[in-house]
Design a protein around this ligand. Structure first.
Ligand code: NAD
Length: 343
C-alpha cells in the first residue's frame, strides 16, 4: 500500500489527522487540504465504509473539493472535511460524538465543521457544546438546502444565457434529476419564472406530486437523462455524467446542484465535444457553504445573498475563458481554484 502522501488524492494536503479513541470507539479522519484563504471549512460525514482505505480516499477527495468550492465562492475559508467511520450498525453513541468534538477542538479552529451525510442538525448542536468550531447551527442559517437551491437557480439561469442566449426562463425546458431539498427548491424557483419542467426522482410519487403542484411533467428516474430539453439539472447523486449518459443527453447545457457530477473527469471533454455547456458543480452548488460566512465573518443575510448572487458572474468568467482557450469549463474552474489557493 502506498504511503499517504503518494496516494493519488493526497494532492499536497496540509495535514491529515487520524483519531482513534479506544475508550469511545471513535475512528475519524480530519483532512485539511488548504488553509491558504482561512480556516478549512467542510462538513463531517458519518458513513460505514467496507474498507478503511475508502474512508481515507473519501476524506481526501472531499477535502480538496471543499478547497476549490470555498475559493471559487470567494470565501475567506480554506477546505477540509471530516469522516467518522461508522460501524455496520451505524450507531452513534453520545460519548463517541463528544470524542469527535474534542478532536475538532484539538485543531484549535484550523478546521470548522458543518453538517454532511449521516450527521443531523441535533448532532451539530451536540458537537457545539464541546467545541466552538461548528458552523450552520440552528439560528445561524441552519439547513443549507434553500441557499444551495437559490444558487443553483442562478446557475441554471446563467447557463440559459450562455447556451440559449436568454436569461428569461419563460418556456425554457429544464429536466431535473432529484427533487429533494435542492432539486425541489430549484423547481419552485423555475416554476415562478415560467420555465417548463420535467421532474424525476427515485421516489416517483414525490416527483409526480411536485409536477402536479408546479404544472410540469414527471418521468421515471431512469428516463430523465434521455429527456429532450434545454437544460439538464442533476440534483441527486454524483458521478451521473458517464460516457454512456453523456452520449445520450439531448440538451444544450448541464447545470445542477449534485456534487462530483463528472464520473471520471474526462466527461467534461465529452460534453464540450458535443457542444453541451457544463456548469462546474462546485461553482453552482456553493450557496450552502456560503452560508458558513455567518460563522466565519459574522455575515448577515444581505452579505450571504450578495455572495450567492455572484455565482452567475463566476460562471460567465469560466465559460468566457473556456471559449477562448480551448480548455473545458471544468478544467478552467480547477485552474482558477488552484490559483486562488496559491497552488
Ligand atoms: P436530498 O436527499 O434532499 O434530495 C435528493 C433527492 O434525490 C431525493 O429526493 C432522492 O430520492 C433523489 N434521488 C436519489 N437518487 C436518485 C436517482 N438516481 N434519480 C433520481 N432521483 C434520485 O438531497 P439534497 O440536499 O437535495 O442534495 C442533492 C445533491 O446536491 C447531492 O448530490 C448533494 O451532495 C448536493 N448538494 C447539496 C447541498 C445542500 O445544501 N443540501 C449543497 C451542495 C451540494
Amino acid at each position: 500500500m502506498p504511503a499517504i502522501w503518494d496516494l493519488l488524492d493526497f494532492d499536497s494536503h496540509e495535514a491529515v489527522h487520524v483519531f482513534d479513541d479506544r475508550a469511545t470507539g471513535l475512528k475519524a479522519i480530519i483532512a485539511v487540504h488548504s488553509t491558504h484563504l482561512g480556516p478549512a471549512a467542510g462538513g463531517t460525514r458519518f458513513w460505514h465504509y467496507a474498507e478503511p482505505q475508502a474512508a481515507v480516499t473519501d476524506a481526501l477527495r472531499l477535502s480538496r473539493g471543499m478547497s476549490y468550492k470555498n475559493a471559487m465562492a470567494g470565501l475567506s475559508a480554506g477546505g477540509g472535511k471530516a469522516v467518522i467511520l461508522a460501524n455496520p450498525a451505524r450507531t452513534k453513541p453520545q460519548d463517541m460524538l463528544d470524542a469527535f468534538a474534542r478532536a475538532v477542538d484539538s485543531l484549535g479552529g484550523k478546521y470548522i465543521t458543518a453538517q454532511d451525510v449521516g450527521m443531523s442538525e441535533g448532532d451539530m448542536v451536540s458537537l457545539s457544546k464541546v467545541t466552538s468550531h461548528v458552523a450552520g447551527l440552528p439560528g445561524q442559517g441552519g439547513d443549507p438546502g434553500p441557499y444551495t437551491a437559490r444558487g443553483v437557480f442562478l446557475g441554471v439561469q446563467a447557463a440559459a444565457k450562455h447556451a440559449l442566449g436568454t436569461d428569461d426562463m419563460l418556456g425554457v425546458h429544464v429536466a431535473i434529476q432529484g427533487v429533494g431539498s435542492v432539486g425541489g427548491g430549484l423547481a419552485r424557483y423555475l416554476a415562478d419564472h415560467g420555465a417548463k419542467l420535467t421532474l424525476a426522482d427515485v421516489d416517483a410519487q414525490r416527483a409526480a406530486d411536485l409536477a402536479v403542484e408546479l404544472g410540469g411533467n414527471s418521468v421515471a428516474a431512469t428516463e430523465i437523462m434521455n429527456v429532450e430539453a434545454d437544460i439538464f439539472s442533476p440534483c441527486a447523486l454524483g458521478a451521473i455524467l458517464t460516457e454512456a449518459s453523456v452520449s445520450a443527453l439531448k440538451v444544450r447545457a448541464v447545470a445542477g446542484g449534485a456534487n462530483n457530477q463528472l464520473a471520471t473527469g474526462h466527461e467534461g471533454r465529452m460534453l464540450a465535444d458535443r457542444s453541451i455547456l457544463y456548469a462546474p458543480d462546485y461553482v453552482v452548488n456553493a450557496g450552502g457553504i456560503i452560508n458558513v460566512l455567518r460563522h466565519i465573518e459574522n455575515a448577515d443575510d444581505a452579505e450571504i445573498n450578495r455572495r450567492i448572487n455572484a455565482i452567475p458572474e463566476r460562471l460567465a468568467a469560466i465559460w468566457a475563458e473556456s471559449d477562448l482557450g480551448g480548455k473545458t469549463p471544468a478544467e478552467v474552474a480547477d485552474n482558477m481554484a488552484q490559483k486562488l489557493i496559491g497552488r
